[in-house]
Design a protein around this ligand. Structure first.
Ligand SMILES: Cc1cc2nc3c(=O)[nH]c(=O)nc-3n(C[C@H](O)[C@H](O)[C@H](O)COP(=O)(O)O)c2cc1C
Length: 301
C-alpha cells in the first residue's frame, strides 16, 4: 500500500487509458458497467486517459480502434498483450475541465494524467486541477507514441525540471509516469522530494521485439507494448525502482491473478491494471475479480 500525503492510500488502480476520460470506459465497457460486471468504485483510483493542454488529434479515430490497438499472440495463439499507438488523442484540458470534469462520478476516486513538454502548460493544468477533489495528479513524461513530448524520453534534466515546476503548482500528490527507455532511476532519485509514487508506461515495440515488424500500420509508428509481453521490461523496472528505495512503485502488466503476488514479491507497493482490461474485451471484469480475491485472501496489498 502507498500512503499519500493527503491521507489517500493506493493499492489497486486503473491505469491511464483503460477507462477513458471519465472512468466510465469506452462504449464496449459501458455494457459491462450497465450489467454491473465492471465496478470502478472498487479501485483506490482511476487514472484518467492523458490530457494535453491543447486538443490533440493523435492517431485514434472513432472508426480505427482496430488499427491503432493490436492484439499480440504467442505461438499457441494465446493473447499475450497489446501494442498501441493512440498517440494521446484527447479533447484538450480546457474542454475536459469544462465538459467532463463536472460529470465525474463523485463516488469514484480519480487521478488526472497530464502530459506536456512545456512548463507553463503543466503549471496551468496543475493549478486548475487544484479545484477538483482528486487523489493525485500523474505527470505522463513517457508516452512512446507522442511526437510533441518525444524530447522528454532522453532528457532526464527536462523531465525533472517539469515535474518540479508542476509540483509547485499543484496541491495534489504527484505521481511520475516513466518508461523503460528513460533514465528512470535517475529521474526518480532527483524527484525524491517531489513525487509520491512512480507509475510505469508501455514499452516501445523495438525494445520488446528488436528487428521485428510491428503489426501497426507504418504511418502510426511501432507503438508501445503492454500486458504479458511487456512484463520482462516493466517488472525489471519495478524491481530496480523498489531496490532503489526512494519512491514507492506501482506495479504493472498484470495478466493473471498470480501476477499480483509476484509483483508484491519484487517490491511493488500498489498495482495498476492496464491492458488486462481489454484482455477479454466485452466480458472482462478481471481487475475487479483480482482486487476482490486479493482482499479476501490477503487483506491489504
Ligand atoms: C489502449 C491503451 C491506451 C493507453 N493510454 C495511455 C494514456 O493515455 N496515458 C498513459 O499514461 N498511459 C496510457 N497507456 C499505458 C497504460 O496506462 C500502462 O501504463 C501500460 O499499458 C502498461 O501497463 P499494462 O502492461 O498493465 O497494460 C495506454 C495503454 C493502452 C493499452
Amino acid at each position: 500500500m502507498i500512503n499519500l500525503s493527503n491521507d489517500c492510500s493506493l493499492e489497486f488502480l486503473v491505469a491511464s487509458g483503460a477507462l477513458a476520460f471519465d472512468g466510465r470506459g469506452y462504449p464496449w465497457e459501458r455494457l459491462r458497467l450497465w450489467n454491473n460486471k465492471l465496478d470502478p468504485s472498487v479501485f483506490d483510483a482511476i487514472v484518467l486517459k492523458t490530457l494535453t493542454y491543447k486538443p490533440r488529434e493523435g492517431n485514434w479515430r472513432w472508426y480505427n480502434s482496430h488499427q491503432v490497438v493490436k492484439w499480440l499472440h504467442n505461438k499457441q495463439a494465446e493473447v499475450i498483450g497489446h501494442v498501441n499507438s493512440i498517440g494521446l488523442t484527447n479533447p484538450g484540458f480546457d474542454a475536459w475541465f469544462k465538459n467532463i470534469a463536472p460529470r465525474l462520478n463523485p463516488k469514484w476516486n480519480f487521478i488526472v494524467s497530464i502530459a506536456s513538454a512545456d512548463a507553463a502548460e503543466l503549471i496551468a493544468m496543475g493549478q486548475k486541477l487544484n479545484s477538483l477533489p482528486l487523489v493525485a495528479v500523474e505527470f505522463n513524461s513517457s508516452c512512446p507514441n507522442s511526437p510533441s513530448e518525444r524530447s522528454l524520453l532522453d532528457n532526464t534534466e527536462e523531465v525533472v525540471f517539469l515535474a518540479r515546476r508542476l509540483k509547485q503548482a499543484t496541491k495534489h500528490p504527484l505521481i511520475i509516469k516513466v518508461s523503460y527507455q528513460q533514465n528512470y532511476l535517475e529521474i526518480v532519485d532527483l524527484l525524491e522530494d517531489y513525487v509520491e509514487a512512480v507509475a510505469i508506461n508501455s514499452v516501445p515495440w523495438n525494445i520488446v521485439y528488436p528487428g521485428q515488424k510491428s503489426p501497426l500500420p507504418k504511418k502510426f509508428g511501432q507503438g508501445g507494448v503492454s500486458g504479458l509481453a511487456a512484463q520482462p521490461f516493466t517488472w525489471e523496472m519495478v524491481r530496480k525502482i523498489s531496490r532503489q528505495g526512494v519512491v514507492p512503485v506501482i506495479g504493472t502488466s498484470v495478466w493473471s491473478y498470480a501476477d499480483l503476488a509476484k509483483l508484491k514479491s519484487i517490491g511493488a507497493r500498489a498495482v495498476a491494471f492496464g491492458s488486462v482490461f481489454i484482455k477479454t474485451l466485452f466480458s472482462s471484469n478481471l481487475p475487479n475479480e483480482y482486487a476482490h480475491k486479493w482482499q479476501k485472501e490477503h487483506g491489504i496489498f
